[in-house]
Design a protein around this ligand. Sequence first.
Ligand code: NOJ
Ligand code: CA
Length: 670
Amino acid sequence: MRIIFSFLATIALLTACTAGNDTVVTSPGGNVKLTLLTDDSLQLRYTVEVDGKPFMLPSRLGFEERQGFNLSQSFKINKVERTQCDETWTQPWGENKTLRNHYNEMAVTLSNAHNVALTLRFRLFDDGLGFRYEYNVAGADSLLVSDELTQFNFAHDATSWSIPASFETYELLYRRLPLSQVENANTPITLRTPDSLYASLHEAALTDFPEMTLTRTDSLGFTASLAPWPDGVKARFAGGSFTTPWRTIQLAHEAVGLINSSLILNLNEPCALDSTQWIRPMKYVGVWWGMHLGIESWVMGDRHGATTENAIKYIDFAARNGIEGVLFEGWNAGWENWGGSQTFDYTKPYADFDMKRIADYAREKGVKIIGHHETGGNVVNYEAQLDKAFEWYASYGVHDVKTGYAGGLPGGHNHHGQFNVRHYRHVVQTAARYHTTINAHEPIKDTGIRRTYPNMMSREGARGMEWNAWSDGNPPVHHVTLPFTRLLGGPMDYTPGIFDILYENAKNNPDRKQWNMKDSKDCRINTTLAKQIALWVILYSPVQMASDCIENYEGHPAFQFFRDFEADCDESRALQGEPGEFVAIARRAGEKYFLGAATNEEARTLTVKLDFLKPGVEYDAAIYADAPDADWVTNPTAYTIEHRTVTAADTLEVRMAAGGGQAVSFIPTK
Ligand code: NOJ
Ligand code: CA
């Protein structure tokens, strides 16, 4: 982690007009090889080899178009251009501030007798590849893409981790299945082959296209499925050209190699914003968990959460504990229509939420208010107010907004179709004009667009903490699957850190009401307390929440970890792990380091070398561990805090209870 690549950007363009089958490209280190096949049929196909062995067998490329434009067949190669890139770039925030972008590119330009010009752009990295389609159809007024034909025909069966395909939600539990038994899947889908090659299929730079899921079309073959518009068209474009997102395959010999890869970000466009100084990662608390537990309500009434009095209490708590932000949900008119007409008003606070007073108080205390725009899925109502909504918040100094789409979209649109991808992008671009950051819940999947729009901070897009409040919850295996699947796309606002694991305080609260029909009445958090702390490190988000009601943190010795913690970091390294089993991740933020480790339902001990620390520096390691008798089922809140003086030459035995974890902060002693 301490090695900062100092390569100068070296970009060389070698153009060669190549005939026939010279359409092979390898990664800089030669371990990944892709071949475009055009010679044996009218179709375009590709293969991938890794370390000289077949990984992807001949797999089709192309699209179908409703008006009859031929986007998939009878292409002739006009030219093959080859480019090499080796550069480093920096980002304003992220798991790593400095990243290396090192690839060989092959851009194959083709045309057919139907006036279709296509450039297939392939980028081969030592840790995977991406390819995309760039179409231009001469004379077309519009294009109506009706299907994607891209196939992924795997050479071997593998163990896989994925959620089922859904164009509406990602809030589903992960399945570990032989690839040959996966009928359909969302991406990222992660695999381990019998010879321990790890791979993950996903997409990068989804900006104006429907999302891609995978449908099994052969024993080990999958075809891309696109989320449709209500009329069945998958993607529509005015004029005759379009560029797709990158179809990506990450590759690594160790599972943590997938986490340590920056392939998805490298395949996104550079920052499009003029300035980024206004974008600030932060830790936050919020008026939130009380509503999910049913002891408070979003809607104004006897149990209203977002009252002026409560807001002041949360701001005071944040100020006292060095927490930069406070989120308020249920502050605005419209919650009475949630689940109905979904007509929220984004400039009308409830009568018991005095926006001016709260904003003035927050400013005085040096605390940022995080605003909230729940849409209930009514994006039409939201877009009609969008500019006004951000302008209004900005006038109170609110420049960070959590959005939400809990509810169906109007007009038969689905959440993950092109219509809504455009909406999500429009929100990010509009917010940027008001120097406002976005944290989206019920979002479109993360495909790395934070590189282009660094005000797109975090998002949900998987089963987050809320599910523990009113359903069977997220089992221990979930948290050690997320880093190897969902988080390969980018940061997640999971909102970890519930300390009242068994809801002892909530259960005794006479105000508690069931509000969600999934509430099983014996809900709880399915981890130990130490694992909740570790998740702050493991589940990276530049806006990281301590999600419990603040009463559960007051006076709690283990909350010191969050006080010391930094939401953002400079460098990260996943050290050890296996999908669905365990993970250990180290991060550096300035002079401090943090280690987070977690396990599934099995107790285990990891031996972790501290060689990620700065050599020669002595650190006070504060170790937040499961107590010897801790167990997520029977004794989840038993924890210990121990201080040790350590250096980079030391090794830690990280002992974790079943469903447990461990978090360590390393602060220089001088
Ligand atoms: C679902 C979001 O994930 C959650 O964080 C939020 O509290 C509710 N919707 C209400 O907006
Ligand atoms: Ca949600």
